[in-house]
Design a protein. Structure first.
Length: 242
């Protein structure tokens, strides 16, 4: 049992260091017919899509990004569409800049668009990286008339109408994405298993023994899984609202 636990925690540690979720951060603000925004996309993701690391040394330099600026902009804009009132709102982007996030360097695109009419709700069709990484997510913050809305784009939820959902619907979406992201992550599963072991096994007299009753073990497991899922959903929400 000791050897099994040691192996489990080693796997957890290695998985945690390897885990780098693929997220992009999209901010849009609408004033009448005009839409302004910013799109942050990880350089490591762009490297997979359009090969930024020209010399293959494992490091992406500013020179390599600068050489691919036009291609970065073209690639990103080909993966997103905006529509208002059934009419397209053509997006434009300035040259790619670079910003540092906690998990690495990101390309930053300044976005602008003009919709035909100021009134109808804005719909976004987001397709970035889904053909390469189906676990990728786009975290959106949308501001209109002083109200802030948030959304998560995923391979299963690519097209969304902004501001249409209630706060409860947005919360449900975050919980759903949090659960799905946990089960897709090998390191998440291992960490969750390490939390669950004390719920079904108890240490008595120098030996591991099963829990006294199924009911007690079940409720302990339920509380741990719920707390882990809620915590992961909260971090997802904070990332989208940052």
């Amino acid at each position: 049992m000791k050897s099994l636990l040691a192996l489990l925690f080693c796997l957890i540690a290695s998985g945690a260091f390897a885990h780098k979720p693929s997220d992009s951060y999209l901010t849009l603000e609408r004033h009448g017919a005009a839409v302004q925004g910013q799109w942050d996309i990880a350089l490591r993701d762009l490297d997979v899509a359009i090969t930024l690391d020209a010399n293959g040394d494992g490091e992406i330099t500013w020179g390599e990004v600068r050489a691919k600026r036009a291609e970065i902009v073209a690639y990103a804009l080909s993966r997103i569409d905006m529509v208002s009132g059934g009419t397209a709102c053509p997006l434009e982007a300035a040259d790619a800049l670079i910003d540092q996030h906690s998990d690495g360097a990101y390309a930053v695109l300044r976005l602008s668009a003009t919709c035909p009419e100021p009134g109808p709700a804005l719909s976004v069709d987001y397709r970035l990286l889904f053909d390469i990484d189906p676990t990728h997510r786009g975290l959106l913050q949308y501001v209109e008339d002083g109200r802030i809305h948030s959304a998560i784009f995923s391979a299963e939820s690519r097209a969304q109408t902004l501001g249409a959902g209630t706060a409860w619907q947005q919360l449900a979406a975050y919980v759903h994405e949090g659960v799905w992201h946990i089960w897709l992550g090998f390191d998440h599963i291992l960490f969750l298993l390490s939390l669950l072991l004390p719920a079904v096994l108890l240490r008595h007299g120098g030996a591991w023994q099963p829990a006294e009753s199924f009911r007690a073990a079940f409720w302990d497991v339920a509380k741990i899984v719920t707390a882990f899922t809620v915590a992961h959903s909260i971090t997802l929400t904070l990332a989208a609202l940052d």
